[in-house]
Design a protein around this ligand. Structure first.
Ligand code: PLP
Length: 428
């Protein structure tokens, strides 16, 4: 698989280089030189999830790493359910939150961890990543206990839910967590600075597990095909898929799927009031405002790092009407959450943003899927309060609620972070 740097197209790498480097020169994102197309899609849709995913990912990777290796990575990474739940006669939630940390990020994180451990078994590396909530848990779980990998996770102090924090800040071992006095964009900026710091990068063999890593995006293509396959009646009707979007990795994966041949009429990029992309898509101006805190906190991102990839795909592979971008405010999110509850479906704020945006443009002859990106009990407090119900804590969360937090606290300052990394990681 060949990829090029979107900022410096003459920089070309293969998959394994993109996997370990994360970003290219000048923080450029790697993008595939060629998107493979799948031949018999109808046949492919009849296969079970794991087998189908092995074929989809084989189309990208088999030439470079061999189909046997692809098969084993996929089998180890994708070992949980992803049911499609009907919410109304016309709309369905693809529940991507049945993995070990109860969010869709398990797909990408587990796939990436398997790639790194199966393709790089003898090198010691440091994963440095920023999280707005769920990436942290997914990455921590996927890498916990893997030999030769040290993980450092930055997150915005006080801006993720208590339960989210418990899930990844209580592990210890090879997982270090750092609470930053700042917002997610500042955490992400610190990670980017670290990757530009050649001395640090070399000393620690830095690698990022953020959604900028191409391995995560490739993994996420697979569940879009599953959504369409599960909607088996759907092939006679147009399908619209709505994606709750923050950093825009998830929707980029969906668009990659469409470029490969996934039969979907249109995607909806649904954001909360952090609406840089909807404003840009609808009026042509890219303007980043200050990030605002919302109930869908994993989407509180105002400078989404994956957007250049989505834009490149739109310009080179897809037509403009394949993508709609809609921002949903807090009141409409809450209303949608309540409406779904009345319809018999308990959801959470991220999926509710997507469900609401989906509702706005769905024609009677179309079927809509919105992605359920997190388990409702991950946002227990806000869901219970909004719906006046009580949620049972699933076993994954019950196991961590009473464990002490092990995080360090740092200012949003690169020199502080740099000292911390050198001191704590090179001391042993
Ligand atoms: C990360 C996350 C999102 C946003 O996904 P992106 O790929 O960053 O657009 C949405 N919902 C939840 C629950 C998340 O954790």
């Amino acid at each position: 698989m060949e990829l090029f740097n979107l900022k410096h197209p003459q920089q070309k790498v293969n998959f394994q280089q993109a996997l370990t480097q994360g970003l290219g020169k000048d923080r450029g994102l790697f993008f595939p030189t060629k998107v493979p197309t799948l031949s018999d899609i109808e046949e492919l849709l009849t296969l079970p999830f794991v087998e189908r995913s092995q074929q989809i990912l084989g189309a990208w990777l088999a030439e470079e790493i061999g189909q046997t290796r692809v098969d084993s990575i996929v089998e180890n990474a994708f070992n949980f359910e992803l049911p499609l739940q009907a919410v109304t006669e016309q709309t369905f939630c693809l529940e991507l939150f049945h993995g070990p940390t109860l969010a869709f990020k398990d797909f990408g994180a587990r796939f990436m961890a398997q790639c790194l451990s199966q393709l790089n078994p003898n090198r010691k590396i440091t994963i440095l990543t920023a999280t707005s909530g769920d990436t942290g848990a997914a990455v921590a779980d996927a890498f916990y206990g893997l030999d030769n990998v040290q993980v450092v996770i930055l997150y915005p102090k006080g801006r993720i839910s208590e339960l989210q924090e418990k899930m990844f800040c209580t592990l210890g071992g090879n997982i270090a967590t750092v609470a930053i006095d700042g917002d997610f964009d500042q955490c992400q900026a610190l990670v980017k600075l670290a990757f530009e710091d050649q001395e640090l990068k070399q000393a620690l063999s830095l690698n990022s597990a953020n959604s900028i890593n191409i391995s995560r995006l490739l993994a996420q293509i697979c569940y879009y095909f599953e959504g369409v396959a599960l909607l088996n009646q759907g092939l006679e009707r147009e399908i619209v898929i709505s994606v709750p979007s923050g950093n825009f990795g998830n929707i980029t994966a969906g668009l990659l799927g469409k470029a490969m041949g996934l039969p979907v009429e249109r995607f909806v990029a649904a954001t909360n009031i952090n609406d840089t992309v909807p404003r840009y898509w609808n009026n042509g101006h890219w303007q980043v405002n200050a990030t605002q805190a919302t109930a869908s906190n994993a989407m509180d991102v105002s400078d989404p790092s994956n957007w250049p990839r989505a834009q490149y795909l739109m310009e080179h592979y897809l037509s403009r009407q394949c993508l709609q971008a809609i921002s949903v405010d807090e009141a409409a999110t809450l209303n949608r959450l309540k409406t779904m509850h009345q319809q018999g479906y308990v959801s959470e704020p991220h999926a509710a943003v997507a469900a609401q945006a989906l509702e706005q443009g769905l024609a009677p002859h179309q079927l809509g899927i919105f992605l359920g990106t997190a388990h409702p009990s991950k946002f227990k407090q806000s869901v219970e309060q909004s719906l006046a119900i009580e949620l049972a804590l699933p076993k994954e969360l019950a196991a961590v609620v009473n464990k002490p937090l092990l995080s360090h606290n740092l200012a949003a300052d690169y020199q502080e972070l740099r000292h911390y990394l050198f001191d704590s990681l090179l001391s042993d």
